[in-house]
Design a protein around this ligand. Structure first.
Ligand code: TXA
Ligand code: MG
Length: 323
């Protein structure tokens, strides 16, 4: 069984496990991550094993300083500007791997690029104490919704990992936004915890969407699926459904829902993002076969929320991009 330690008491035990090539589930400001030494093939293999993840899905590498980031990747001026503006924080940059970098090829799936991010909070202190970058996908089994609490990690992966660090509910609640700069253009590979509008305001160029090909190989259509079916943009609640609500006004039939949770009664997208995965988990546990979801606006963080809802609603095991 896994050990659960509060973040304030977990640092030395976590470092000890990482040195041994083990994996540790830990809080970041976005979602919980399943972390291992990014320079170790054993640690990377353990991550894939614990997640049951398709092997060739590359992992995000987390750093605690720009010095560490520069050792791993080659920054163009625009990527550096975005890092300066948003790090530490929920932005991941896909960059060319620096030749001679110690990041293990299993971590990058040998793509020649690396997804890099500087997190806030416990993760950042741990990376600094460990002295090496950490590879960390979201701490959930492959194809399930990301965990935003230590309890969700324990329920999903508890029998497969030695330590879960409990830092409470993650403040952002959605994975990081992933972008890739190419010839001065910025491709949005995954909407996430920083709105596209915020990035555009710093970059001075619009984000480009719909990049073709295998840009973010983990973006399978049904990547965020709970056990129940999910019906988005619902206009009314059908018999037996649970309801994931948004804002102050309910859709028709809400009173007959088997269970109701509201992402944000005030209609605040930041609050909705923070609640999304935990509410999906909870409604899934209500036993309803289907979760009806009220419409959520698409502006700002709404883009990432709607992206995750669409994936949760997609037919299972259908790739969104050719693999
Ligand atoms: O907020 C987050 O990003 C969380 C926390 C733990 O940092 N991590 C996370 O990791 O969401 P994960 O593995 O669940 O999602 C990472 C995504 C995957 O879709 C993967 O395919 C993509 O990043 N990715 C990783 N390396 C890449 C690369 N070199 N090029 C393109 N996409 C990459
Ligand atoms: Mg994930």
């Amino acid at each position: 069984m896994t050990e659960v330690l509060p973040a304030a008491e977990a640092l030395s035990r976590a470092v000890e496990l990482l040195r041994a090539g083990e994996v540790v589930a830990l809080p970041t400001e976005t979602v919980y991550g399943l972390a291992g030494d990014a320079t170790s093939g054993t640690a990377a293999a353990r991550i894939f094993e614990a997640k049951g993840r398709p092997r060739f899905n590359p992992l995000i590498v987390h750093v605690s300083s720009m010095v560490m980031a520069d050792e791993i990747a080659v920054f163009d001026p625009l990527s550096r500007k975005l890092a300066a503006a948003f790090w530490p924080g929920p932005l991941t940059l896909v960059l060319p791997l620096r030749p001679g970098s110690r990041v293990h090829p299993l971590v990058t799936a040998d793509l020649g690029t690396v997804a890099l991010r500087m997190p806030r909070g416990f993760a950042s202190g741990l990376i600094a104490a460990f002295g090496r970058p950490l590879a960390a996908p979201s701490a959930n089994s492959s194809g399930r919704v990301s965990a935003t609490t230590a309890q969700a990690v324990v329920a999903d992966l508890g029998d497969r990992i030695p330590l879960v660090v409990d830092g409470g509910a993650t403040p952002v609640g959605l994975e990081s936004t992933i972008v890739k700069v190419s010839d001065g253009r910025i491709l949005l590979l995954r909407p996430g915890g920083i709105g596209a509008d915020e990035i555009e305001a710093v970059a001075g160029v619009p984000l480009e969407r719909g990049a073709k090909g295998v840009q973010a190989p983990g973006m399978l259509a049904s990547h965020y699926a709970p056990g129940a079916a999910v019906r988005t943009d619902a206009a009314s609640v059908r018999d037996g459904e649970a309801l994931l609500a948004f804002g102050p006004r309910r859709i028709a039939g809400a009173e007959r829902a088997r269970a109701v949770l509201n992402l944000s009664p005030a209609g605040d997208l930041r609050e909705a993002a923070a609640n999304l995965f935990s509410h999906l988990h909870a409604l899934d546990r209500s036993g309803a076969a289907t979760i009806a979801v009220e419409p959520v606006p698409h502006a700002g963080l709404g883009e990432a929320i709607n992206d995750r809802l669409a994936r949760a609603a997609a037919p299972r095991d259908v790739p969104a991009v050719p693999e």
